[in-house]
Design a protein. Structure first.
Length: 95
């Protein structure tokens, strides 16, 4: 999956969901270092959708991604379910 496809995933996600917004920023020209910024809130209801989009990005970049940084400073709230899916992503990325 190309960088454009990853950006499209984020763009499409934002159109369908008003309670959390994801922004993807590449820190290098090869797309090896990515920052995902979150704004809004993550709860039991929207965390599966957020998790699916992040999983797709990680899968698309699995061979080239060296750094995945989550900027959570824009979140107003994150439930225990949201923390759980972040933990799952950490396990996937480190295995």
């Amino acid at each position: 999956m190309s960088n454009d496809t990853c950006l499209s995933l984020i763009s499409n996600f934002n159109k369908d969901n008003n309670d959390v917004v994801l922004t993807l920023k590449e820190l290098d020209s090869e797309g090896k270092k990515i920052v995902l910024s979150f704004q809004g809130y993550i709860d039991t209801y929207n965390s599966p959708k957020v998790s699916k989009v992040i999983d797709e990005i990680v899968e698309a970049k699995v061979n080239s991604l060296t750094s995945l940084i989550f900027d959570l400073s824009g979140l107003n709230y994150i439930s225990s379910t949201g923390i759980g899916f972040l933990t799952e992503i950490l396990q996937v990325c480190t295995s």
